[in-house]
Design a protein around this ligand. Structure first.
Ligand SMILES: Cc1ncc(COP(=O)(O)O)c(C=O)c1O
Length: 491
């Protein structure tokens, strides 16, 4: 090329959640079945949309109009429904004009950063959902700016740190929250959102609240949408149907502008997003057509409530199983269907390994040059057991070492118990390091046998600390009865 045609931010575009799938495919070719714990796609994990929902979609597809373009901002009826629903929050009042549809929320996120002034920066959480952090870093051609979600404080952010960072960097124009959060499942308490809103007001910033999981916040989580607390501060809330219906293949998401009229610069920016969308004509028509019918159906919220109960049950179990392992921090999520496991400093070292097939060892080794310890752990776990999780550091732009896994596994059976599955190092699903099948076992001898196998499979060879160094209080607590008790206690 006579001219460099590569965007300066091109190297910042990373999405490890899918990149690791390529590694997993090679592992699968070596004959190891994969437990997909990387992508938050409920449908791919076997969670089927209910029949009544499918009926609404199949009825809609009989109408010729769903094959047509829709208005740039989205179908009037869909936007009217969302505006009406939002106005019930008891906070901000919006009109259909404040809503803009995209081809999936990922597309909305991409538009949002692409159209920001390159000097304007958004301060986002660490760990970060990579579509936000990568798009923000690429737009500025600088590393993404973050505030820490603190695993030592149940993932709560430090508001003083946020203010310090805002004060120190005049380019910061906005604060991002992901609520409920991906990858931690953290739900921002109402007073924390209020404090973030107060900071935005004090420093003349706007707020972005990614609320794609807001209707999947567990009972008692205290979830509040930005709409209810934003007051007069300019803000953008982001929603979609990928996780809720769930219908990720529909590619349908939207953003809601709050208080456009309160700041001319924010209003101009909002207009630029609409103009940018106009160049693309519009977003997918069919999901917008069915949205009011599905969300307005009497069965919709009870259906979501049942799903959340299932996620919460799995989260309770996974927390109980993982929290008794020395050297890791886990918290039960309060929403969404992800869980993050953090390794304490020094737990992972470069000398650790897991047994794997010879050919795979060479392949995995070739992909790990200069890799962070958690990425190394994740690749070894994948090649050794077939469990495909996502490292925190490279996958979620995090200063922490750890991994994220899903709460979407439909089957309680451990992979090692499934027909045709290797026994040795078949490895339990990460969300069931001590799987229910074992926990339910009434035979003490069987339990002890399983326990030994769990110890061997969950943390084989040097990834497990030598037993003698385990604190006595923790030693032996992998017993299923202890896991059951811990699960009960943490409910
Ligand atoms: C926090 C968050 N925002 C946005 C998205 C993108 O969703 P969509 O499927 O609508 O593009 C995801 C998908 O995982 C997500 O976790």
């Amino acid at each position: 090329m006579r001219r460099n045609i590569v965007h300066p931010g091109a190297d910042k575009l990373r999405y490890e959640i899918r990149e690791i799938a390529e590694i997993a495919k090679r592992v699968a070719e070596a004959g190891i079945p994969i437990v997909w714990e990387n992508i938050g796609d409920p449908v791919a994990k076997g969670e089927m949309p209910p029949k009544w929902m499918k009926k609404i979609v199949t009825d809609a597809i009989k109408e010729d109009s769903v094959f047509a373009y829709s208005p740039t901002k989205g179908l009037d009826a869909a936007r009217a429904y969302i505006a009406r629903e939002r106005n019930l929050e008891g906070g901000i009042r919006i009109t259909p004009d404040d809503i803009l549809f995209f081809n999936g929320l990922g597309d909305g996120i991409s538009h949002l950063y692409r159209n920001l002034n390159p000097r304007a920066r958004i301060l986002g959480p660490d760990p970060a959902y990579p579509t936000h952090s990568s798009a923000e870093a690429a737009h500025a051609d600088k590393p993404h700016l973050t505030y820490r979600l603190n695993p030592e404080n149940e993932w709560r952010p430090d508001l003083a740190e946020i203010e310090r960072k805002i004060r120190a960097n005049k380019d910061i124009a906005g604060i991002l929250i992901v609520n409920p959060d991906n990858p931690t499942g953290f739900v921002y308490p109402q007073e924390t959102i209020r404090a973030v809103v107060a900071l935005a007001k004090k420093y003349k910033l706007f707020i972005i609240s990614d609320e794609i999981y807001s209707n999947l916040a567990y009972e008692g989580s205290g979830m509040k949408k930005l709409a209810s607390v934003i007051g007069e501060v300019p803000g953008i809330a982001m929603r979609g149907i990928s996780k809720e219906f769930p219908w990720p293949g529909a590619r349908c998401g939207w953003i809601e502008f709050y208080n456009r009229g309160k700041d001319t610069n924010f209003d101009r920016y909002a207009r630029s997003l609409v103009d940018s969308k106009t160049l693309e004509v519009c977003s997918t028509t069919l999901p917008q057509r069915v949205l009011p019918k599905i969300m307005g159906d009497a069965r919709y919220y009870p259906y979501l409530a049942a799903r959340m109960r299932r996620y919460e049950r799995r989260a309770t179990y996974a927390r109980a199983a993982l929290s008794i392992i020395p050297g890791v921090i886990v918290h039960k999520p309060r929403g969404a269907f992800y869980m993050t496991c953090v390794f304490r400093k020094g737990v992972l070292t470069k000398r650790q390994s897991l047994p794997m097939k010879k050919g795979l060892k060479r392949f995995i080794g070739s992909r790990l040059a200069g890799a962070s310890p958690d990425k190394r752990f994740v690749y070894y776990l994948l090649a050794s057991t077939g469990i495909c999780v996502v490292p925190l550091s490279s996958g979620f732009n995090s200063s922490l070492q750890g991994f994220r896994f899903l709460l979407l596994e439909q089957s309680d059976a451990r992979p090692a118990d499934q027909p045709g599955r290797r026994r040795r190092c078949g490895g339990p699903c990460v969300s069931a390091l001590v799987p229910p099948a074992v926990a339910r076992s009434s035979s003490r001898r069987a339990s002890a046998r399983h326990e030994r196998r769990d110890r061997c499979e969950a943390a084989p060879t040097e990834f497990r600390r030598p037993r003698s160094r385990e604190p006595p209080a923790v030693r032996g607590r992998h017993h299923p009865a202890d896991v059951r008790r811990a699960a009960r206690d943490s409910r």
